[in-house]
Design a protein around this ligand. Structure first.
Ligand code: NAD
Length: 509
């Protein structure tokens, strides 16, 4: 099934320009690289990339702004984020348009991404009055032992194309209330939405009287990111992207004793037990595996189904896959938009060739679509592949709508298969058996940072901490106590007696 005709590149360019004008963004056009839309696969505008001098100035300005921002009371810092949240509400449609144009997200998911930005702003405003430290019982009479939290410094945010705005907001809203300043290097594939976010934050800063330099934007490719990674003035590098990127960034930041927060690839699985509610499971699986055209870090990539229900579930999934409307993400009936690039399509096709050579059987999907209408774009049917074993290709993250299906006989076997991949981001189990659900969530269950019951692997709320283990990088962002990564703690011992008592009863003098 395909939805209606695609917009032309000229339509998309005009729509982007109109939205940017309403957002009061001036695009500095250039010839270093291009803003492109995966809807047609064609360029929209040429852009100028940040130079080494721009990067140096941005970091220096953010560092200087930090020195005043860190002493601004946290609830007043929250005022800036509150205003940003209001501006995001006012411009929700224009921001969602840019996300659809540059990342290819369907309308409802693009609006959802802006909603996520609004939600994290609300969360961060509340947090600005809750940056709590603990008081600890001291072993010494007349002493108080306490923990205080202080701003950290400049946070370098490097973000991926697939959540081009939300990942920035998770980092930036929290970093700003924590008293940090931010230098942002967005994905080179999503510069227009980055310009829009930066402009709204600048407006919020002007309106509440905060220094404009609390946030700096640097457009460009990984070279710009590398400058942030290597600069000792950048106290924390929060990098979201592929495991390949994290493997390069992590050691470089560590070599200068900087802090890094890594949010990398996932290879997320769902276990479907015999007692599962299959209506719920089918809905949860199809959204998690085919939604966002399989381009979420939390996308469902492996399905581990109990042998007794495999045929029934797969028949239902195959039928659902065959009906997925693929096409223009602006069309309200479309559920699957384009892949980000021809390279992403080639990577998916390569994985399909490999898995078939290993005996994998395609149950549904896999054909390219809309090749006449948009030869440079990469539309593809989400694929369901049945495999007998968890081979190398199944253990890799292929960033596309490609779902591998494995079967199991015992839950122990399912959990072992589930955990036997290098990544550890998101996971879920569909079951009505409480013992099974609790085992899956326990220390001997899923080894992921996110473990769900009767819901798919994707679509996290901002209230919880977000991130994963193993090659996913170990970072936590967004809600809960993830804010601590953006601050430094100090332990304070205060002696209010007139006697110097040493800890552990040590006597001296
Ligand atoms: P990518 O790794 O190609 O690029 C991500 C960002 O890193 C871009 O801004 C890029 O310019 C920059 N970069 C790349 N190499 C760098 C280097 N050596 N030094 C500094 N910066 C560098 O990723 P992508 O294709 O944009 O995004 C898809 C990937 O991101 C997937 O693997 C997905 O799972 C992952 N992702 C993870 C999360 C998460 O929270 N765990 C969220 C979103 C996306």
């Amino acid at each position: 099934m395909s939805s209606t005709a695609l917009p032309t590149t000229e339509d998309l360019r005009a729509r982007a320009r109109a939205g940017l004008a309403r957002l009061d963004v001036t695009v500095e056009e250039g010839s270093d690289f291009a803003a492109r839309s995966p809807i047609t696969g064609e360029d929209l505008f040429g852009l100028r990339a940040a130079t080494a001098a721009d990067t140096e100035k941005a970091i220096a300005d953010a560092r200087a702004a930090f020195l005043t921002w860190r002493t601004t009371p946290a609830p007043r810092r929250g005022e800036l984020v509150r205003r940003l949240g209001e501006l995001l509400r006012d411009h929700k449609n224009d921001l969602a348009d840019l996300i659809t144009i540059e990342a290819g997200k369907i309308r409802s998911e693009a609006l959802g991404e802006v909603q996520e930005m609004i939600d994290i702003c609300d969360f961060a405003v509340g947090l600005s009055r809750q940056l709590y430290g603990r008081t600890i019982a001291s072993e010494r009479p007349g002493h108080r032992l306490a923990e205080t939290w202080h701003p950290l410094g400049v946070v370098g945010v490097i973000s991926a194309f697939n959540f081009p705005a939300a990942v920035w907001s998770w980092n930036t809203a929290v970093a700003l209330v924590c008293g940090d300043t931010v230098v942002w290097k967005p994905s080179e594939l999503t510069s227009l939405i980055a310009l829009a976010c930066d402009r709204l934050l600048a407006r919020a800063a002007e309106e509440v009287g905060a220094p404009r330099e609390v946030h700096r934007l640097l457009l460009g490719d990984r070279g710009v990111g590398e400058a942030l990674v290597d600069d000792p003035r950048v106290a924390l590098v929060s990098a979201t992207g592929s495991t390949r990127m994290g493997r390069e960034v992590g050691p470089r930041v560590a070599a200068r004793f900087g802090r890094s927060l890594l949010e990398l690839g996932g290879n997320n699985a769902a276990v479907v037990a015999p007692s599962a509610d299959l209506d719920l499971a089918v809905q949860g699986i199809v959204f998690a595996a085919a939604g966002t055209a399989g381009q979420r870090c939390t996308t469902l990539r492996r399905l581990i189904v109990h042998r007794d229900i495999a045929d029934t579930l797969l028949a239902r999934l195959t039928a659902a896959y065959q009906k997925l409307p693929i096409g223009d993400p602006f069309d309200e009936t479309t559920l699957v938009g384009p892949l980000i690039s021809p390279r992403a399509l080639a990577t998916m096709q390569d994985a399909l060739t490999r898995v078939q050579a290993e005996g994998g059987k395609i149950l549904a999907g896999g054909n390219r679509r809309l090749t006449d209408e948009a030869p440079r774009a990469s539309y593809v049917e989400p694929v369901l592949v049945r495999v007998d074993e968890q081979t190398e290709v199944v253990r890799e993250e292929t960033f596309a709508p490609l779902l591998y299906v494995l079967t199991y006989d015992t839950l122990d076997e399912a959990i072992a298969l589930h955990n036997d991949v290098p990544q550890g981001l998101s996971s879920s189990i569909f079951t009505r058996d409480q013992q099974e659900a609790e085992l899956f969530l326990s220390a001997e269950g899923s080894d992921c940072g996110i473990a769900n019951v009767n819901i798919g692997t994707s679509g996290a709320e901002i209230g919880g901490a977000f991130g994963g283990e193993k090659e996913t990088g170990g970072g936590r962002e967004s809600g809960s106590d993830a804010w601590r990564a953006y601050m430094r703690s100090a332990t304070n011992t205060i002696n209010y007696s007139s006697r110097l008592a040493l800890a552990q009863n040590v006597s001296f003098l």
